[in-house]
Design a protein around this ligand. Structure first.
Ligand SMILES: *Cc1c(COP(=O)(O)O)cnc(C)c1O
Length: 389
């Protein structure tokens, strides 16, 4: 049986070049980067190079990149670090209804501590309103956090304009760029970002490694306390192989950027066109205009996404419903809810995300199986006969 992985937004395989650079750092090059003998210095130098590679991908200076244990830690650090550092200024944070749970649940935690959080809505295309953003700012606002690219519907937000608004009002601006990294052009200087979360395993690097970009001059409180690692900002012996892998993945991502975007968007568009043209009652969620090149989010009316997922799985095809993080819960996706998709249609939604290893043959295989699965499920569906749905 063929194996087709169409869930690159959940995670990606580690590329061979990445793995090859990592391996020595598990074995002979195992020195603690804080040690002062050659074995330690060798590790320290390797981390410096990885930091430069990540910085180069986003046009930052190496000194502005702080390695973490992934996107989740970076989001938590950005929110809690800003809130703590600016608590004398205020207790209000602005974010959106469509953030990743790493951001939403961190904000909800702060809400319980007495913080006030404004959750911006999105329009039918999936964009926030800059007007709503500016009106939400008060003199108590300490942070604005708007994700660059959404993980479910792939929408790219107007980050540069949102940054300008934040700057005008003297408010810190953070963006969760985990899905954006390697998929849309990111120039932190041009965009005017203060804080930005990144993750390695979404760009063909290893899991458990990420980074927080902290613009020079921006002060936030530390999140992990202990040793003096990461310029005294993030304690804990460095995940050496992970960081080396992230650095290599960032270098490859920069070198392959245009090919990657072209390859993904062509296959994604081909998948979209085939599904929309060959399977009736299917709808794309979110705009196709400013969108993650590999993301396709489709509602199949009258049937359960969960059933589609399980049947596709029997044919060796991996996709996700709405959001990977809610795949074990029955709650309808908060992103599709914010987009205004009716709850019964949310339950019929599948997220397909293509990546560097996806081929046209993979897409054809998926569409052929999907056609059979969808028509079979619809025959069985009790709501099949419902009219005016
Ligand atoms: C995957 C993801 C995260 C979490 O990153 P981890 O490295 O898995 O902790 C955060 N935000 C977004 C948008 C993501 O897609």
């Amino acid at each position: 049986m063929r194996n087709v992985y169409l869930d690159y937004s959940a995670t990606t395989p580690v590329k061979e070049e990445v793995l090859n650079e990592m391996i020595p750092y598990f074995t002979e090059k195992f020195g603690n980067p804080s040690s002062l003998y050659d074995k330690g210095l060798e590790s320290k130098d390797a981390i410096t190079e990885a930091r430069e590679r990540v910085a180069s991908l986003i046009n930052a200076s190496a000194g502005e990149v702080f390695f973490t244990a992934g996107g989740t830690e970076s989001d938590n650090w950005a929110v809690f670090g800003s809130a703590e550092a600016l608590k004398s200024k205020g207790n209000h944070i602005i974010t959106t209804k469509i953030e990743h749970h790493a951001m939403l649940h961190s904000c909800e935690f702060l809400e319980k501590q007495g913080y006030e959080i404004t959750y911006l809505s999105i329009d039918k295309d999936g964009y926030i309103s800059l007007d709503e953003l500016e009106k939400a700012i008060t003199d108590k606002t300490v942070l604005i956090s708007i994700m660059m690219v959404n993980n479910e519907i792939g929408t790219v937000q107007p980050i540069k304009e949102a940054c300008a608004i934040a700057k005008k009002h003297g408010v810190l601006f953070h963006t969760d760029a985990v899905q954006a990294l390697g998929n849309v052009e990111i120039d932190v200087k041009d965009l005017g970002i203060d804080l930005m979360s990144m993750s390695s395993h979404k760009i063909y690097g290893p899991k458990g490694t990420g980074a927080l970009y902290i613009r020079k001059g921006v002060r936030i409180a530390n999140y992990l306390h202990g040793g003096a690692q990461e310029n005294r900002k993030r304690a804990g012996t460095e995940n050496l192989p992970g960081i080396i892998g992230f650095g290599k993945a960032a270098e490859l991502s920069k070198a392959n950027f245009e090919n990657h975007v072209k390859h993904c968007s062509e296959l994604r568009n081909y998948l979209k066109d085939r599904i929309i043209n060959e399977i009736p009652d299917t709808y794309v969620n979110g705009t196709m205009e400013h969108r993650h090149p590999g993301n396709l989010n489709i509602t199949f009316k009258y049937i359960e996404g969960e059933s589609i997922l399980l049947l596709l799985n029997q044919f060796g095809i991996s996709v996700s419903t709405g959001s990977a993080c809610s795949s074990t819960s029955l709650n309808p996706s908060h992103v599709l809810t914010a987009l205004g998709v009716p709850v019964e249609m949310i339950h019929g939604t599948i997220r397909f995300t293509v990546g560097d290893f996806t081929t046209k043959e993979d897409i054809d295989y998926v569409v052929e199986n999907l056609k059979t699965i969808v028509s079979r499920l619809r025959e069985l569906s009790p709501v099949n006969s419902m009219k005016g749905w």
